[in-house]
Design a protein around this ligand. Structure first.
Ligand SMILES: [Zn+2]
Length: 96
């Protein structure tokens, strides 16, 4: 079974690959997040979120860029993910 992914649309909207619902990033539940630091290329920074579609309840994955090369759509979605993303980011920074 193909993994569910979320396509990033303008103004903080996401589209589920499973049910094709267009949802607000703010309504998507984030269960975990990992960051890619782009050690060799600082333009390469991205964050991968484990998410749950609010429409079909399937688990999925959302990858957003947030470095200097991030698109406007990515940044809109990232800010729409809001406090949960911020909290996860802070947790990831604490590290071992
Ligand atoms: Zn869905």
């Amino acid at each position: 079974m193909a993994i569910v992914t979320f396509a990033v649309l303008p103004r903080g909207k996401l589209r589920c690959s499973e049910c094709a619902a267009v949802v607000n990033a703010a309504d998507v539940q984030v269960t975990s997040m990992s960051r890619e630091e782009g050690e060799t290329n600082p333009d390469d920074e991205s964050a991968t979120f484990s998410t749950t579609c609010p429409s079909c309840s399937r688990a999925g994955v959302l990858t957003l860029g947030y470095g200097p090369a991030a698109s406007e759509e990515d940044l809109d979605a990232l800010s729409a993910l809001g406090e949960s993303a911020q909290a996860l980011r802070a947790k990831a920074r604490r590290g071992p």
